[in-house]
Design a protein around this ligand. Structure first.
Ligand code: NAD
Length: 475
């Protein structure tokens, strides 16, 4: 058995154990074994990043841009192969896997541009004979912690800006998807990554993840709220700058005047594509009384056309959920919903397919906004319809949540679309579009328990990955 090692200080090193990555579409298929770090190895990686940081910060922006562009081009050139790996490891359909790989390439390309584009400001002082110069400096060593549901895109949108602006990094990917990150680091290395500028450390969150907070200057985390909260507490105790992107309980509002076909496609795409395992997935479909029954009938019919099966099989719309634990959790929420008085309208059953995997028919329930199924993130092919009397009640329900990542509305009324955009309490507002599905050149993040700290992505990423320095120059 080959164990693929961790990349620390330019060397591929064995860990103190191994994790096996299993294909959720076929549990007999082992994607590979990956070295698992203990806390001491994580500290070694942080030290390697610390050692490499001054030299990396001193490179020209052209050198950093070249690394990112070459990485982007190799990712794009290998999109089929890498896309297949994403599908094998994360259970995404072929189109979703390849789409994510192309997105990672676009992100590296974008930050190849940002590396040479970012700058500071020159301002006159309010005092005589003084000039003020504001420049941006790297933060230092950044710890990156990523989840399994976008194993290459999320790694890309943290790694690329961190490196572009002169920081060095340690990435700890999710233990469910170590393989995709491992390939990404091989690509970075082949395209000129200096020793220690980016370090890959696979391992358990509670061991390697926790050790990462000590000794870094900043942490960028994407994952669940409980882990985010814990990390924030250690970050504050260690005076570490932190950015958290966490869960959602995203509403899709459907108004009486919506185009029915558009609303149904927004609901199906937003709730069930990628097996509902997107932080921006619509899990609460809030529908006003005049269209409610027609919409629910049309959505149920459309759901019956969805083909669930092994991620890489032809014609499959919905792949498996990531693992047995996640499947059990989604199933338990169906029971919770029923116990609370929700009605199971469609799907929900565990499916047997030609290969042993974690398949389930997407579930649609009808419930009220106070139920646990509508308060807690489920993170699977699971959504619930909530009836509202009118737009005002629909907006109030949309905002009645602890989360605030994405929120959508389907309507043909300009007045309601504009009012919703301005008044929904979320970081993303989608008009006649699914709640999931984003561009890479604009900021991403939410409100309330969904996000903490500065925004990720686009040119706004510079705010987290640099520190400003203000110089006063007398003349
Ligand atoms: P998770 O919180 O269990 O794990 C995320 C990462 O944190 C993993 O790498 C894990 O190993 C690590 N980790 C776990 N415990 C840790 C600890 N004590 N210290 C340090 N690191 C630790 O989340 P997950 O199950 O991998 O991902 C699903 C969650 O991610 C969902 O809640 C989803 O909404 C969220 N998510 C959010 C976004 C976003 O941008 N808002 C995007 C994708 C996923």
């Amino acid at each position: 058995m080959t164990i693929k090692p961790n990349l620390i200080g330019g060397e591929w090193l064995e860990g103190s154990g191994a994790i096996e990555s299993i294909n959720p579409s076929d549990t007999r298929d082992s994607v590979g074994h990956y070295a698992m770090a203990d806390a001491a190895q994580m500290r070694q990686a942080v030290a390697a990043a610390r050692h490499a940081q001054p030299a990396w910060a001193a490179t020209t922006t052209q050198v950093r841009s070249d690394l990112l562009l070459k990485t982007a081009l190799e990712i794009a050139a290998r999109k089929e192969e890498l896309g297949e790996l994403v599908s094998r490891e994360a259970g995404k359909t072929r189109a979703e896997g390849m789409g994510e790989v192309l997105r990672a390439s676009q992100i590296f390309q974008f930050f190849a541009g940002e590396a040479v584009r970012y700058g500071g400001e020159n301002l006159p002082s309010v005092r005589p004979n003084i000039g003020v110069q504001i420049s941006r400096e790297p933060v230092g060593v950044i710890g990156l912690i990523t989840p399994w549901n976008f194993p290459i895109a999320i790694a890309a949108w943290k790694l690329a800006p961190a490196l572009a602006f002169g920081n060095t990094v340690v990435l700890k990917p999710s233990q469910d998807t170590p393989g995709v990150a491992w390939e990404l680091f091989r690509i970075l290395e082949r395209n000129g990554l200096p020793a220690g500028a980016a370090n890959l450390v696979n391992g358990r969150g509670s061991v390697a993840g926790e050790a990462l907070v000590e000794g870094v200057d900043a942490i960028s985390f994407t994952g669940s709220v409980p882990t985010g909260r814990k990390l924030a507490q250690s970050a504050v105790a260690n005076m570490v700058r932190i950015q958290l992107e966490m869960g959602g309980k995203n509403p899709l509002v459907v108004l009486d005047d919506a185009d029915l076909a558009t609303a149904v496609e927004c609901a199906v795409n937003g709730s069930y594509f990628s097996a509902g395992q997107r932080c921006t997935a619509s899990s609460r479909i809030i529908v006003t009384a005049g269209i409610h029954d027609r919409f629910v009938d049309a959505l149920r019919q459309r759901m019956r056309t969805l083909k669930v099966g092994p991620a890489l099989a032809a014609g499959v719309d919905i792949g498996p959920v990531i693992n047995q634990g996640q499947l059990d959790m989604v199933q338990s929420y169906i029971q919770t919903g029923r116990a609370e008085g929700a009605e199971l309208l469609e799907g929900g059953q565990v499916l047997e397919r030609e290969t042993p995997g974690f398949f389930m028919q997407p579930a649609l329930l009808a419930g009220t906004n106070d139920m646990r199924i509508n308060r807690e993130e489920v993170f699977g092919p699971f959504a619930s319809v909530i009836r509202a009397q009118d737009y005002e009640q629909a907006l109030a329900l949309a905002n009645d949540t602890d989360y605030g990542l994405s929120a959508g509305i389907c309507t043909t009324s300009h007045k309601h679309a504009s009012h919703f955009r301005l008044n929904v309490k979320s970081g993303l507002a989608m008009i006649n579009l699914p709640t999931a599905g984003l561009d890479y050149h604009v900021p991403f993040g939410g409100t309330k328990a969904s996000s903490y700290g500065p925004r990720e992505q686009g040119s706004y990423a510079v705010d987290f990955y640099t520190l400003s320095k203000t110089a006063y120059v007398g003349y």
